[in-house]
Design a binder for this molecule. Structure first.
Ligand code: CP
Length: 362
């Protein structure tokens, strides 16, 4: 890091009162992400740069010599993955991204094996991790915990970056980055993301991936967002307020079949019943019309991207998987490349990757 950590220059009480865009200014250092906690940290220029870098890494990694080059970039750094909520994709794609860049990795996935069982606070646990590692990647069920931790670490003698790998019901910024990268790639030949209709379907009230992506889409002029869900699972007013502030078009509706022909991307989501406040709460909501079936393939456009952050249950029929418009397995792999691009950027290695790419692959 060059210069003073901005988070060490503000009182916690004042930081807590800030809106997300204001907070974001304290998390980036010298125009690059340091702690990665919020989608609000990324402007359009950063999204374009990250996508380009992810593609350079992806193409460089196709050869053994390219893999060797990448694996030396951060082989003097160590990363800690601490996931106290279940994860397959985010955990493994960060794990693989660290391996690509040569970082050495340790993990805690089960807090019953840590000294938290002896009464240590999660805050002290994280401070301990930061004593041994250069990067913390954290998934937690507690909204706001990554912010608290980033603030605490930025006010120690060894401030190490924290990446939010999913926090409570509020944010999943790196999922939104991989979703944007997938949209960039899907719409490469049809004019980019600008002006496209993006349809979100399912549990939009409790799905953190939608909340982060809806914000990032405000950087693309002409995009219209559709939020299609049963009333009890609809998108939060705070997200709609953000879209209003950004002058974005959106529509909130319940009829899935009606919006299908309009869609350039359909972002299906799972019912997040782990957040139920009483037993059986989600089961009492009829979500059967919010499933993408093989018969719907006839109703969508030739370039429509069918997306899902995964894991899925019955909201996309497996018969859809073989259609070229189903891009959810590509999303999974894109997650590894964009996370590698993000880590390389945090540590300021993007210039070396660009130079290697220009010399060897352009
Ligand atoms: N999309 C996503 O966050 O998947 P995991 O929960 O498997 O990490």
């Amino acid at each position: 890091m060059v210069g003073k950590d901005p988070l060490s220059d503000v009182l916690w009480a004042d930081f807590q009162k800030m809106d997300l865009r204001e907070k974001a200014r304290y998390l980036n250092h010298d125009g690059r992400p340091f702690h990665v906690l919020l989608a609000q940290q990324f402007d359009r220029h950063m999204l374009d740069e990250l996508g380009t870098l992810a593609t350079r890494i992806r193409r460089t990694a196709k050869s053994k010599s390219g893999m060797r080059f990448l694996a030396e970039l951060l082989d003097h750094k160590r990363a800690m993955l601490t996931f106290s909520q279940p994860s397959t994709r985010t955990f493994l794609s960060f794990y693989a991204a660290c391996q690509i860049l040569g970082l050495k990795i340790a993990e805690v996935r089960d807090t019953s094996t840590s000294s938290e069982m002896k009464g240590e606070s999660p805050e002290d646990s994280v401070r301990t991790f930061s004593s041994y590692f250069d990067l913390l990647i954290m998934r937690t069920p507690k909204s706001g915990f990554t912010e608290k931790t980033a603030y605490a670490l930025s006010n120690t003698e060894r401030p190490v970056p924290i990446i939010n790998a999913g926090s409570g019901k509020d944010q999943h910024p790196t999922q939104a980055l991989l979703d944007i990268y997938t949209l960039q790639r899907s719409f490469e030949r049809v004019g980019g993301i600008e002006g496209k209709n993006i349809v979100f379907v399912g549990d939009l009230g409790r799905g953190r991936t939608v909340r982060s992506l809806a914000y990032l889409l405000t950087h693309y002029p002409g995009v219209k967002q559709y939020f299609v869900a049963p009333r009890k699972l609809q998108i939060g007013q705070d997200i709609l307020d953000q879209l209003d502030q950004s002058g974005m078009q959106y529509e909130v509706c319940e009829d899935f079949a009606q919006v299908l022909p309009e869609a350039d991307a359909i972002y299906m989501t799972r019912i997040q019943d782990e957040w139920d406040t009483e037993p059986g709460e989600s089961q009492r909501i009829d979500t059967s019309q919010y499933h993408f079936k093989a018969e719907h393939l006839r109703q969508i456009r030739i370039h429509t991207a069918i997306m899902h952050p995964l894991p899925r249950r019955e909201e996309i029929e497996s018969a859809v998987d073989h259609d070229p418009r189903a891009v959810y397995w590509r999303q999974v792999r894109n997650g590894m490349w964009i996370r590698a691009a993000l880590i390389a950027t945090i540590f300021g290695r993007e210039g070396e990757i660009r130079h290697y790419y220009d010399m060897n692959l352009e």
